[in-house]
Design a protein around this ligand. Structure first.
Ligand code: SF4
Length: 419
């Protein structure tokens, strides 16, 4: 059993599952490398909330540029790459995953080179879903042109309030329409049983991921946002595989043990925070230490919750894929988002909310149209807004944000003292 009392306040209680995570991710990249270098499988590029199950069911190895964008963000040198994309006409104000990724590609650099890749794995086809944003289609369009390979996708309506049968039918039909295009490239024909199997595995992986995140309802929380942002790797890139199911079984067991032993992720948890918006990938570790020092644990987040697709159902693989991928938080109206957040605040016993307004990701910045004020009127849960960006460190003023966060936690402490 871990002993929190022995830890310095700035230390996060480390998860032992990190070793299994590293192996799961390394193996994933080795399968991709094998496909790229030895032609063991065709390679599809997919958006992070795209139809991964369909691609895996047809024998593709699947590569996710957004995962690569986040890897580039953690290298803390996105600002070295972004100017190369700007020269190609991509504004520095649009998605910095896109500009970092394309810029690094133009400079022929990738963190994958440390794993022996020559470059990012060349796609045989690119597949997107605009449920998260239109940027992904433009981003993939750059590579489709560069590699002269097909690009196909699903266009999902935005700001969805009621998930009507018309929306589900339209998205479901669009996913079905991908099949003949994929068959032109794949080594395997579409097989409904294989697709059902992948949808079932994706459901099981997502259900485990939900349970992982829900362990944070416990006080103290056994996991925090900074852990989750790292441990979400398999649910992003291996959704629809046994690998993700196996990994989250291991992680969940460790977290359940922590719950049993009352081991918190933050040594002395006093404040429970909700994080809305993207992570600051280049500041994960220093932010984790800051919050630990303040006895504050970020117990839930919009970002990590976004990969819970447990509406997937092998009995209705196309319809349930359409439902799961259109029910996603990012694609919903503010009214729906407010309801979702209101429930999360109660379920996770949240003391305060931090909204990260990410300069280059409008769709993941939920404080631009008054949601933060409306939610405060309903719940009285205090909030703080900080300005930054997912990848571009030039948009983030660290000193100013640290002062704001420290002051916010002080205010929460004052409020708690009054109760
Ligand atoms: S959702 Fe935001 S971060 Fe993700 S690809 Fe779209 S613009 Fe970029």
């Amino acid at each position: 059993m871990e002993n929190n009392n022995k830890l310095e306040k700035t230390e996060i209680v480390k998860l032992e599952s990190v070793a299994a995570l590293r192996k799961t991710m390394d193996d994933y990249f080795m399968r991709l490398k094998d496909a790229a270098e030895n032609g063991t499988a065709k390679i599809a590029w997919c958006t992070s909330v795209g139809p991964a199950e369909l691609l895996y069911s047809m024998g593709f190895e699947v590569y996710f540029p957004e995962n690569h964008g986040a890897m580039l963000g953690t290298t803390k040198i996105a600002d070295k790459y972004i100017p190369s994309a700007v020269v190609k006409g991509y504004s520095p104000d649009i998605c910095s995953y896109l500009t970092t990724d394309i810029g690094a590609f133009l400079q022929n650099e990738t963190p994958l080179q440390k794993m022996g890749f020559k470059s990012v794995p060349k796609p045989d086809i690119l597949v997107y879903n605009t449920n998260q944003c239109r940027e992904v289609a433009d981003w993939f369009g750059f590579y489709a042109k560069h590699f002269d390979v097909p690009i196909i996708g699903v266009t999902t309506p935005l700001n969805i309030g009621e998930l009507s049968p018309a929306i589900i039918d339209s998205v479901s039909k669009q996913i079905m329409d991908l099949v003949p295009e994929l068959e032109k490239v794949a080594t395997q024909k579409f097989d409904m049983d294989k697709f059902r199997e992948r949808v079932g595995l994706s459901h099981d992986g997502c259900a485990l991921w939900r349970k992982v995140l829900e362990t944070a309802r416990h006080k103290p929380s056994p996991i925090n946002f900074f852990d989750s942002a790292i441990h979400m790797g398999p649910i992003v890139v291996m959704r629809g595989t046994q690998y993700a199911v196996d990994y989250y079984t291991i992680l969940l067991a460790e977290l359940q043990e922590r719950v049993k032993n009352n081991t918190g992720s933050v040594p002395k948890e006093k404040f429970r925070i909700y994080w809305d918006g993207m992570p600051l990938w280049y500041k994960l570790s220093s932010m984790a230490k800051l919050f630990a020092k303040l006895d504050a644990c970020i117990v839930a987040s919009t970002y990590c919750n976004s990969w819970i697709f447990d509406d997937l159902d092998p009995a209705e693989p196309f319809i349930s894929s359409a439902l799961a991928y259109s029910k996603l938080f990012i694609v919903r109206s503010d009214e729906v988002k407010e309801d979702v957040l209101e429930n999360l605040l109660k379920d996770f016993s949240i003391d305060g909310i931090i909204y990260h307004e990410s300069k280059t990701c409008a769709r993941n910045s939920n404080n631009r149209y008054g949601l933060q004020n409306r939610l405060f009127e309903k719940t009285s849960v205090p909030f703080l807004e900080i300005n930054g960006d997912l990848n571009d460190p030039r948009c983030f003023s660290e000193e100013q944000s640290i002062i704001a966060i420290e002051t916010f936690i002080d205010q929460l402490a004052g409020q708690k003292a009054l109760v």
